[in-house]
Design a protein. Structure first.
Length: 318
């Protein structure tokens, strides 16, 4: 069946129109009800602001081609998605017309309506993704254009247990999946020890931002091998062919609380076919260590007990 591709020409009651440089409509707002036929069903765009949660009139967005990109709804409505019906207040679409991302809630946060108020309206939804059965309160669910679930983003303080290639991981913020339903990344809710080609690493990122669950600190290749891990409690010890030792570990910074104490900057380890790339957080300094030139191992890093020093290997292209 051909996908339904709503075009800007179907929208007739708009104001506050913004244009692309080519003259096509980028965004516009509505002040009267109208019905738009989409792949997700026949839906009514937002046209009123008479609600504590809807302080502003949110605009409908379009691609340069004129096809629908983003649609805020007047009321929470049942919409059709690749995994069945879901309640939604905002939907985004691919240019083809396929559903891209569904937001069950879309309230405007303000001094009168906070995150806790919005979260109190959230309801758990059940999603089957490959061999995973997930039930959680989701900020949004995204889909690949061909229809399978791409990622889920969880509400703050919401956690789920997922069976990853590294074992069961208690997950916060979100998770990303492959087309086939395999896990590509998760955000560990607690420090979690995972096995890697260079040894055990405690995966955790205290700075993880819960805006979207697509890009998480513990990531896997589709084969299940570790692709990337963010760590705060692990250091890397690398010995080169001449016996010189390089030690890399999380850097520190002044506490954001302003109490003159120091806190750790998470360290990112990316696994390449012939080595690793380590970003320490010191001016985003990156170090490349190849398996051919270094014997690489990991150890537990304990701030205050480990000396804060960095050896600077010459970055090598891998």
């Amino acid at each position: 069946m051909e996908l339904r591709k709503p075009h800007v020409s179907e929208f007739v009651t708009s104001e506050n129109v913004e244009l692309y440089e080519n003259g096509s409509v980028a965004v516009c707002s509505f002040v009267a009800p109208c019905v738009v036929a989409t792949q997700a069903g026949s839906l009514i765009p937002q046209y009123s602001t008479d609600d504590l949660r809807k302080k502003t009139l949110q605009a409908v967005a379009f691609y340069r081609s004129g096809f629908l990109r983003s649609l805020p709804l007047e009321t929470q409505s049942s919409v059709l998605t690749p995994i069945g019906e879901m309640s939604a207040e905002l939907i985004t679409f691919y240019e083809s017309g396929a559903v891209k991302r569904v937001f069950p809630l879309n309230g405007k946060l303000s001094g009168y309506w906070g995150e806790e108020d919005e979260a109190s309206l959230a309801k758990s939804i059940s999603i089957d993704i490959g061999g995973h059965s997930v039930r959680a309160k989701c900020i949004n669910v995204s889909f690949y254009e061909q229809g399978s679930v791409e990622s889920i983003t969880l509400w703050p303080n919401e956690t789920i247990a997922l069976n990853t290639p590294a074992g069961k991981v208690q997950t916060r913020i979100g998770a990303k999946f492959s087309h086939a339903g395999g896990i590509l990344s998760v955000e560990p809710a607690v420090p979690t020890v995972v096995k890697t080609p260079i040894g055990k690493i405690t995966a955790y990122d205290q700075d993880a931002v819960g805006v979207i669950g697509d890009n998480n600190s513990l990531a896997f290749f589709e084969t299940g091998a570790i692709r990337r891990v963010t760590a705060m409690h692990t250091k890397i010890i690398a010995k080169d062919l001449a016996g010189k030792i390089t030690v890399l570990h999380p850097a520190t910074r002044e506490s954001l609380c302003g109490n003159e104490e120091e806190e750790l900057i998470p360290m990112v380890i990316e696994f390449k076919p012939n080595g690793i790339q380590v970003t320490t957080g010191v001016s985003d300094s990156s170090y490349n260590l190849s398996y051919d030139e270094y014997d690489i191992k990991t150890q537990t890093f304990i701030p205050g007990f480990d000396a804060v020093s960095f050896c600077n290997p010459i970055p090598k292209q891998m």
